[in-house]
Structures are given as C-alpha cells and as structure tokens.
Design a protein around this ligand. Structure first.
Ligand code: F6P
Length: 379
C-alpha cells in the first residue's frame, strides 16, 4: 500500500494508541483529528492495533476525519483504533518485505504512509519502544534519506506511572470505577459483618490503591511502595471489626508482595508475559487465620480499564490532543506532553522513557491516609 500526499493538504500525521486500553483514548484521537483537520487542514491517518499496524503489511490504517470521529468518541471507553500490547508481533515473513527488525518495519511504514509526524498515545513501555525506534532511525539513516521520524507522545495509563506528569489519560476514570466498586462492596461487607480484601490494578505503582482507598473510606491500604506486617494489619482489622463498624475493607495493589515477601505473578496470556494476580486471595487467606471475622477477597481486574470516561479524562484527553497538534505545528518534536500543577507542558522523551512514577511515601496522600487512621504499613 502506498499513500500519495494529497496536494491540498500541507501535512499528513499519524495517530497510534499503544499498549493496554483505558478510558479517554477516543476523546484524545478525536481532539487530534478535529484540530489537525479544521485548524490546519492536515490529513490524519489512524494506525490500528498500536505498533502492530505499522509492522505488518499491508499496513493497518484508517482515514480519520471529523465525520468519522463524531461525538461518540468523547463518551466511549476503550479504543476505536483497537489495542495491542505488542504481544502479537508479526514474523517478518508476514510483513511481505524483509526487514532486519520491527524498528525498520516501523520506519518504512512511516515513509510509505507519507507521514510528516506521528502522535503515539501510550505508557512507559510504549515510550521506551518509541525512543528505541528513534535511535534506530538516527543510527541507520543514510544521507539524502527520507525526512526525519517526527513524533509527539501523549501519556495514557490507568496506573498513572508515567514520570513527570501529574496525570495520564485513563487514571481518573479507573479511580471512579474502583471507588464505585468499593462502595458496593462496603454494603455487602456491612450486611454480612465481613472483612473484604479488594485487589486493584496499578502494576508496580500504588496510585490506584492509595487514592481510591482514601476516597472510598477503607480501613487498610497496601501499596508496593510501603512494606507491611501481617500481624499489625490483622490487629488493626480485628480492632475495626470489634468496633461498632463490625466489618472492614482492605485495598491491596496487585504488585504488593505476600507476607512471606513473594511477588505473585503468572503467565496467563498467549504472549507468556508475567502479570500480577492473586495477592488479594493470598492476603485474605492469611488474614482469615488471624482475625475472628469471615474474610472474602475480590479482584476488580479489567473492569478498571473500562467505563464511560470521567469528565476529567475527557478534558485531559482534549487538552493533550490539542497540545500535541500545536507542537507539530511549531515543529517541536520528540516531546512527551505532561500536565504539571494543572498546566500543560512537554519534556523530551529521553527523560520519561524508563522512569517509573511511584507513590511518594512522604507525600500528601500517604499523610492523609495515616491521619484518617487507615493502616498503610510501615511508614
Ligand atoms: O498497565 C495497565 C494494566 O491494566 C495494569 O494495571 C495491569 O497490571 C496490566 O495492565 C494488565 O495487563 P493485561 O491487560 O495484559 O492483562
């Protein structure tokens, strides 16, 4: 497939959503499309299924116009461009051409599509890959080669672990989903006088557990950034249980280690990548031996990635999308858009790739949890 640049458009830009889905992605793609086409008269090509759409041949693309990206794009979760966590990397034979690497296949796709720039909406893993593609291009480009690979990155992840940004798209909606779920769990815990252990996502960061736990008024929060002691936790829960409250809720982030110090990971996908799972059940079984109440566990799982985008995610997605297009117009490339103290800013990708934003154990949210008498571990 070969795309000829249309004569009446001054630029063609690509948009790609990489990694796992979350809420607010469609709103971001829509904002990019509307701003690029209406303000600048550019053409927008959507790449389907993340990097995979740039690796395979024929290329997996869709023409994005304001008509395609209608109002439903602001209110729906998931990604209409489809997701791929890079697990299904094609073999080079599938590409129809012989490439020395997937990075080369990406660069070839960029030029074949006639792109002047590409916007990648992704998390830390996707940014790392992008940095690697850029390095590959710089190392291998020949004199008189096609023009530079120009990119802008937008952070998205329910985990909120992208460095140097207060927020990534999807985090606020995930918090909303978790808080609503815990509200529901509170009702059943209260009715049955039970202790409920709720396992939430977040990978190696405890942002979801900490913020949602405080917002939902739970009794204990365990996050990977803070160690805990099972006897102290049990003592705290027993005290809460014996109080007038007669039930208790513990929120645990998926990457928290067992009381014996083990990380619970297993490979369940066909990609054989290890994923966190099972700490909620493990902790519930251990607590059951130490408290007088009945204990149950529930893992919220992928429900946290869905949901109608929260207004904060919709606004963030629109702000990120418009800022990304503005940076392309100003020819400022290689930037990751961030929000700091409520204001849009951007930093070079090399500063963000490979840096994980975890919970600040001396930060305000930990202090709030402690001040409310929530057990949060050994701080
Ligand atoms: O990074 C987002 C996330 O939902 C994590 O919180 C979780 O650990 C992981 O992705 C789950 O991955 P998968 O969708 O591949 O099961």
């Amino acid at each position: 497939m070969f795309f000829k640049r249309e004569s009446n458009v001054s630029k063609t830009i690509g948009v790609l959503v990489s990694g796992g889905d979350c809420s607010g992605l469609n709103a971001a793609v829509r904002a990019i499309t509307h701003h690029a086409t209406k303000t600048f008269n550019w053409r927008v090509v959507g790449i389907q299924r993340g990097y995979w759409g740039m690796w395979v041949r024929p290329l997996q693309t869709i023409e994005l116009t304001p008509e395609v990206c209608d109002h439903q794009w602001v209110s729906s979760g998931g990604t209409f461009l489809r997701a791929n966590k890079n697990y299904h990397a094609p073999t080079f034979a599938d590409c129809g051409k012989t490439f020395s690497s997937l990075d080369e296949a990406f660069c070839d796709a960029y030029h074949t599509l006639g792109l002047n720039a590409i916007i990648i909406i992704g998390g830390d893993g996707s940014f790392k890959k992008l940095n690697q593609i850029h390095d590959f291009y710089n190392k291998t480009k020949k004199k008189g080669d096609h023009q530079e690979i120009n990119f802008i990155a937008i952070p998205k992840t329910i985990d909120n672990d992208v460095a140097y940004t207060d927020l990534a798209i999807g985090h606020e909606t995930a918090l909303d989903v978790v808080v609503e779920a815990i509200d529901n769990i509170q009702a059943t815990a209260e009715s049955h006088d039970r202790v409920m252990v709720v396992e939430v996502m977040g990978r190696d960061a405890g942002h979801i557990a900490l913020k949602a736990g405080v917002a939902a008024g739970v009794d204990a929060i365990l996050i990977p950034e803070i160690s805990y002691n099972i006897n102290d936790l049990a003592q705290h829960i027993e005290k809460v249980y014996q109080s007038v409250q007669k039930h208790a809720i513990v929120v645990v982030a998926e990457s928290v280690k067992t009381p014996d110090g083990d990380s619970l990971k297993s490979a369940i996908g066909d990609d054989e990548q290890m994923r966190y799972r099972g700490i909620g059940f493990n902790l519930a079984s251990r607590l059951k031996e130490k408290v007088s109440a009945e204990v149950r566990s529930v893992s919220l799982g992928h429900v946290q990635r869905g949901g109608r985008p929260h207004i904060k995610d919709r606004l963030l997605a629109n702000r990120f999308g418009v800022h990304a297009v503005d940076l392309i117009a100003k020819k400022q490339f290689g930037r990751v858009i961030v929000v700091v103290n409520g204001k849009m800013a951007d930093i070079h990708i090399s500063e963000v790739a490979d840096v994980l934003q975890t919970v600040d154990v001396n930060g305000e949210m930990v202090h709030i949890a402690q001040s409310l008498g929530i057990y949060i571990g050994n701080v």
